[in-house]
Design a protein around this ligand. Structure first.
Ligand code: SAH
Length: 248
């Protein structure tokens, strides 16, 4: 299971590239395979679509009984990716196939890198997708996460099928955090169409239409603040705490 990172080849680790080069079969969904096209010459490529993850995992395990198989996943394969389901299917198969999970740059850190340094200390990550997790569970977790006062990163923030999830998540955030809390919407990090938009919890409704499934949203914590250059917002800084110990 190989993490391809947020987009282009130069954001993939050397190990991830080497593992793909050494594989006979490469499986994954179209977007991720397109991003690594230069590595796929001469390989058996199996493209599949979203929503077919279980079938893809079974196919990977069957092929891996007699071949070297790379299953690609965007970002990190262990973060809302294919690693978990492949390991579950493999465990059930009873086959003793050697397996490696190759980490990748996940959307949280890719997005954070374009938004200053909003995740310098503790932070929480929650996906707003209710395809595999019930909505009540997601909302209870959001309530706890925002209640902790640490930055919260939202994956799968707003889809066409459930556009209301994002607005509800922001309403939960406002129960715990003041209106001036900084928020970053990072769209298509390191890919074509990259955008980094800044707002506050009070005004985030104005950006709601811009938030989609290609976005990662970072809501600041109690200590997060905008990083400015004159009047311009350049990003968000969440101080790690050095100011409590050192003069600088
Ligand atoms: N395994 C992936 C996450 C898959 S869930 C990882 O580790 O990054 C899909 C969600 O990830 C998207 O809805 C979006 O919220 C986020 N995401 C993935 N790539 C992104 C990118 N390049 N820019 C912004 N968000 C991204």
């Amino acid at each position: 299971m190989v993490g391809t990172g947020p987009g282009p080849l130069d954001q993939m680790t050397g190990r991830a590239q080497a593992v793909i080069r050494a594989s006979e079969y490469v499986l994954g969904n179209r977007t991720y395979l397109q991003a690594i096209r230069p590595l796929l010459a001469g390989k058996q490529v199996r493209e599949s679509s979203m929503g077919k993850e279980v079938e893809r995992a079974k196919e990977a395990v069957e092929l891996a009984a007699s071949h070297t198989v790379a299953m690609v996943s965007g970002g990190d394969p262990g973060v809302y990716g294919m690693a978990g389901i492949v390991l579950e299917v493999l465990e059930r198969s009873g086959l003793a196939i050697p397996v490696e999970v190759v980490p990748g740059v996940t959307a949280a850190t890719a997005a954070a890198s374009l938004a200053g340094s909003p995740l310098s200390g503790d932070f929480a990550v929650i996906s707003l997708s209710d395809l595999l997790t019930p909505r009540e569970v997601i909302e209870a977790r959001l309530d706890t996460a925002f209640g902790m006062g640490i930055p919260v990163v939202l994956y799968n923030p707003r889809s066409r099928g459930r556009p209301g999830n994002f607005g509800r998540a922001m309403a939960i955030a406002r129960r715990h955090r003041p209106g001036e809390t900084p928020v970053a919407v990072v769209k298509n990090a390191f890919r074509e169409g990259e955008e980094c938009l800044f707002s506050t919890l009070a005004d985030i409704g104005d950006l709601e239409d811009r938030v989609d499934m290609h976005s990662t949203v970072i809501v600041g914590g109690e200590e997060s603040r905008f990083w400015r250059s004159g009047e311009d917002v350049r990003g968000i800084i969440t101080p790690r705490g050095y100011h409590r110990k050192y003069l600088y």
